[in-house]
Design a protein around this ligand. Structure first.
Ligand SMILES: [Zn+2]
Ligand SMILES: [Zn+2]
Length: 617
């Protein structure tokens, strides 16, 4: 309800009820919720927050815009909602205390991966002393029954329309991993600590993370908290063990140079290759080096990738710190792909090499699948098909579009929302649409549509890989098999081979997309390489369905619906987020059955093109 509507209602019914002004009500709600937002100055273009090393700066070091107005007021504000009071409030609600005990009661079965608590990173932490600012504490991670594990998530999203140049925002979310997986990603259980304002993605995201990093340190020391069941105080400890987000956000949080760089992968030290002949500046990351003499990087064995470790990160950062000239520093940064300390660095529970799993939705649904479709429709970075013939005839593709649209018309909405004509308009395809289409629709509508069946078989193999990665429970043996299937898939994606068939004396080509050609390096993007790390990530962090970020997308969508102001979208969003946090906190503290924030207000309401059949439960 808008303020004007509220005031009109207040005026109309003034003879029947005494409604307080919006300001008074909000003030009372704020007192009840006991959440104190903290405001920090940030750059008008949101390059940095004036925190940490920028605390005393008067102007932004990236865009040189001044910090203050002529009246010495900050030009833009980042509102941060502290995490500690919100975690403490959980222990005032006996029902939530029970739910939080899921972590402590979880029984890990060796060789079985069903949750983050089966991942080796968490299991190793159980035997590791807590480290804060490099100093060891006399207790181990998660030694307390009530210790909380959480994941930090961030992702950039566009505010108004699907236009890459439009203004964006980056919400900073916390997912409480102690809660059972069935309710962990419900909107009321996600804590949004702040929305990093746009218009663009921050240049130094770490500066916005300083308040949370400091809170992580306080939580690792322990915060005195009252427990409503025991009716006594205890030291609440909480540790971040994972970070979720899109590829760019993770690169910024990790402090690495990332995609397009010489050492682009966050998980391994494989060097990239650029198109030297055409003076290409972007580095790609194929396994097999292009088949020309001037390319000197040796080809890479996918079974022996040189994985990064926390010690590697620390050692490179020490070397960079010790350099005396800018040239030497730049050269080191380029060679190792690391440029600065990670955003969250005070507590040792986050490991730069293990806490940043590759994420399902961004990897498959927003990169690999759309790229494959672009290849099949001849719209991939201006490339032709090389010496191959994997493109689908436009008329057949149009038919596939119609079949796609028709195929989902009667599938219950719980499985997938309405899909448009993929041949006419791909912009309506969300990550969820791409995922469903590729796993369940594409194997049918693409059958017999390629000029050669090998492309179809290759596509089916990826579809099966995706299904395996989504298993709720996956065994060590299945992960080993998955690893081999992925290696086979990536090798084929790159493949170029000619074999001579002696009987018919003809040449049989067995080539796919990259064909080991220097001018086709752009097919070997980082996301294809990222596939090679999935199996290890499951072993370290748990199955992909507990580390994916669909919840983040959903949260952004809900937040976007509440957006009213086009001139001040970020303060509008921050205010909305604060009000949701107030109501959420009140519902937790006072044990209200239903979340009064009603963020999921759509409920059972049918969406456009959805039908409810009579007799359907
Ligand atoms: Zn700036
Ligand atoms: Zn890698």
């Amino acid at each position: 309800m808008s303020r004007a509507t509220y005031n009109r209602m207040r005026h109309t019914f003034r003879h029947k009820m005494d409604l307080k002004s919006e300001w008074v009500i909000l003030h009372r709600i704020a007192i009840l919720a006991n959440i104190e937002p903290v405001q920090y100055d940030c750059c008008i273009n949101s390059c940095i927050a004036y925190l940490g090393k920028y605390e005393h700066h008067e102007a932004c070091p990236f865009c040189t815009e001044s910090r203050y107005t002529s009246k010495r007021r900050p030009r833009r504000i980042f509102t941060y909602l502290p995490l500690i009071p919100r975690l403490k409030a959980y222990f005032q609600n006996p029902e939530i205390i029970q739910q939080l005990s899921y972590r402590h009661n979880y029984k890990h079965t060796p060789g079985q991966f069903a949750d983050v608590f089966d991942g080796s990173h968490y299991c190793d932490l159980l035997h590791t002393p807590v480290v804060i600012d490099g100093v060891e504490r006399p207790y181990k991670y998660f030694s307390g029954e009530r210790d909380i594990a959480f994941a930090i998530a961030t992702d950039g999203y566009l505010l108004f329309k699907r236009h890459r140049s439009g203004p964006s925002a980056n919400p900073m979310l916390v997912q409480i991993l102690n809660l059972p997986p069935q309710i962990r990603t419900h909107l009321r259980n996600l804590l949004c600590l702040g929305i990093i304002p746009g218009p663009k993605c921050p240049k130094d995201m770490a500066s916005f993370c300083v308040p949370l990093d400091d809170e992580c340190a306080k939580l690792a020391y322990g915060v005195s908290t009252f427990d409503a069941i025991d009716q006594a105080c205890f030291d609440l400890r909480a540790y971040a063990i994972q970070e979720h987000g899109d590829i760019v956000a993770i690169e910024r949080l990790l402090g690495i140079k990332g995609h397009n760089g010489m050492c682009p992968c966050r998980s391994c030290k494989t060097l990239g290759v650029r198109d030297i002949t055409n003076n290409g500046r972007v580095y790609y990351i194929p396994l097999t080096t292009p088949n020309v003499q001037r390319q000197t990087r040796p080809s890479v064995d996918p079974r022996a990738l040189h994985l990064r470790t926390q010690e590697d990160f620390d050692s490179v950062l020490r070397q960079i710190h010790a350099t005396e000239t800018k040239t030497a520093r730049t050269s080191l940064e380029k060679r190792h792909g690391i440029k600065q300390l990670p955003a969250f660095r005070r507590v040792g529970s986050l490991d730069s090499a293990k806490s940043y799993p590759w994420e399902w939705a961004h990897l498959f649904c927003e990169n690999i699948i759309p790229n494959l479709v672009s290849l099949w429709t001849g719209k991939y970075k201006g490339l032709d098909t090389g010496s191959e013939d994997y493109e689908i005839d436009p008329k057949i593709w149009e038919q596939i579009g119609l079949e796609t649209k028709k195929s989902v018309a009667e599938i219950p909405a719980a499985f997938v929302r309405v899909l448009g004509n993929i041949a006419e308009d791909r912009s309506t395809f969300t990550a969820e649409s791409w995922g469903f289409w590729f796993m369940y629709v594409a194997p049918i509508v693409l059958h017999g549509r390629f000029k050669k069946d090998k492309y179809y078989n290759h596509m089916r193999a990826l579809s099966n890989i995706m299904k395996t990665t989504l298993k709720f429970e996956i065994t060590a043996k299945e992960i080993d098999n998955l690893e081999e299937e992925i290696i086979d898939w990536v090798k084929k994606y790159e493949k170029y081979s000619l074999s001579h068939l002696y009987l018919t004396r003809s040449l049989i080509s067995n080539r796919y997309y990259y064909q080991y050609r220097e001018d086709r390096l752009s097919t070997c993007v980082l996301t294809i390489h990222g596939l090679l790390h999935i199996a290890r990530d499951i072993r370290v962090s748990g199955p992909m369905n507990v580390t994916w970020t669909f919840y983040l997308e959903r949260f952004c969508g809900i937040l976007k619906m509440a957006l009213r102001s086009r001139s001040q979208p970020w303060s509008n969003l921050s205010k909305r987020n604060l009000h949701v946090a107030y109501l959420n906190q009140i519902s937790i503290k006072y044990q209200l059955d239903k979340d009064p924030s009603a963020t999921d207000y759509r409920g059972d309401e049918l969406r456009r093109n959805e039908v409810k059949y009579s007799g359907c439960k």
